[in-house]
Design a protein around this ligand. Structure first.
Ligand code: SF4
Length: 385
């Protein structure tokens, strides 16, 4: 196999397809590898082991991958993903591929490039290819619909296996265990061809931007700037953010708020990027006039060695009930425990309460129905405008 796609990776497709200039502009910039990224890699490792060895994810508790120890909570999240993958195996002849390396060169034209799909199910009976992706992050919602990363994997699988079966449909699946959601989108192989053309044209624009320089190929937008390494120093993003602000200096009426709302996500992305970049420079010893670094909020306190403290507490004659906390299992844990006993689970279900989610502000184009709950006056102060 080749090397991992560098300039036009499937995971960066939202960026380079929408902003060709981002490829030359971010070339050579340091990619921050955060603890979150390492956690994600660790969870992927556990998931792959669990699926390939057909063992519970919990057998990995205590092992360390990418400097991250596997916790019981992580294995619960991984089990959620593993179950979602298994749910897509519907026929004995279904063929499951884990961490499958797929050639990306036929899709983007980048020489000798490969990508890695988390899981792919080839269903010969249904003539369907299912691409499943684990998103371990807690924060951002990831859609399956029109997901360019998964579309590229699907196109690559069609290149690999197109000759042996006449595939009819492709199913894209995003699993976000920490949000407890599985999102799916199905598309015909014919319709997928449109995306192949879009991606191929975008790749051509990237090559033009690489030859001619980024300036004429920058296109700021929330989707593309979010994960761009150049966002702290990108002239187009800075110009767009600063151009937006003075238009409405005082926000008082609803129309002004509505005018500004579509812009704030991009502005927030830019503000955060500036803070990160200033911090990075100060850590590296580069002065940022008027600013310095101080120690931030300390982490939670924890015992260095549990066994040692247990022995000490016992020597202090503390009772077990004082030393340990016993907690009732949660509804999620109970559901898992009783998954083969639906009647018992149904009895318990009647005793679950769940607070409704807080109102979430989204554009009217969002596919979720508008909230009709009447918000009590104690939650929000009445306004006069
Ligand atoms: S910050 Fe946004 S506009 Fe600038 S290069 Fe990156 S993706 Fe393009």
């Amino acid at each position: 196999m080749g090397r991992h796609a560098k300039d036009m990776s499937p995971s960066g497709a939202d960026r380079w397809v929408n902003c060709a200039g981002s490829v030359p502009l971010s070339a050579g910039l340091h990619d921050e590898t955060s603890r979150y990224a390492a956690e994600g890699s660790c969870a992927h490792e556990v998931a792959a082991l669990s699926l390939t060895q057909n063992t519970p994810a919990a057998v990995c508790i205590g092992r360390v991958f990418y400097d991250i120890p596997v916790t019981a909570q992580m294995t619960e999240h991984v089990e959620f993903y593993v179950q979602a993958v298994r749910d897509h195996l519907t026929h004995p002849s279904d063929d499951l591929h884990i961490e499958v390396e797929v050639p990306i060169t036929p899709i983007t034209g980048e020489a000798d490039a490969v990508g890695t799909a988390d899981a792919v199910v080839l269903s010969y009976v249904n003539q369907e290819i299912t691409v499943i992706d684990l998103k371990y992050g807690r924060g951002l919602r990831v859609e399956a619909e029109q997901n360019l990363q998964l579309i590229i994997y699907a196109l690559a699988m069609l290149e690999l296996y197109g000759a042996i079966v006449e595939w009819r449909t492709v199913r894209l699946v995003i699993v976000q265990p920490r949000a407890g959601v599985v999102r799916e989108w199905s598309i015909t192989v014919e319709e997928l061809g449109t995306y192949a053309k879009t991606i191929s044209l975008a790749a051509e624009r990237v090559r033009q931007a690489q030859r001619e320089g980024a300036a004429d190929y920058l296109n700021p937008g929330e989707k593309q700037c979010q994960w761009c390494r150049a966002k702290a120093t990108c002239p187009a993003l800075t110009a767009q953010v600063l151009a937006d602000v003075p238009e409405v200096p005082v926000v008082t009426v609803t129309t002004e708020i509505a005018h500004l709302l579509p812009r704030i996500d991009l502005i927030e992305i830019w503000c955060k990027a500036l803070r990160v970049e200033a911090t990075r420079r100060l850590v590296a010893g580069i002065p940022v006039p008027g600013f310095k670094l101080i120690e931030g909020k300390k982490g939670h306190r924890a015992w260095e060695k549990d066994a040692l403290v247990e022995a000490l507490l016992k020597s202090m004659r503390l009772k077990q009930a004082q030393m340990y906390q016993f907690k009732l299992i949660s509804p999620t844990q109970a559901e898992k425990l009783l998954k083969d006993q639906p009647k018992r689970w149904a009895t318990l279900q009647a005793h679950i309460t769940q607070k409704p989610g807080d109102p979430d502000l989204v554009p009217v184009s969002d596919r979720h129905p508008a909230l009709t709950r009447v918000v009590s006056s104690s939650e929000f102060q009445p306004i006069t405008t």
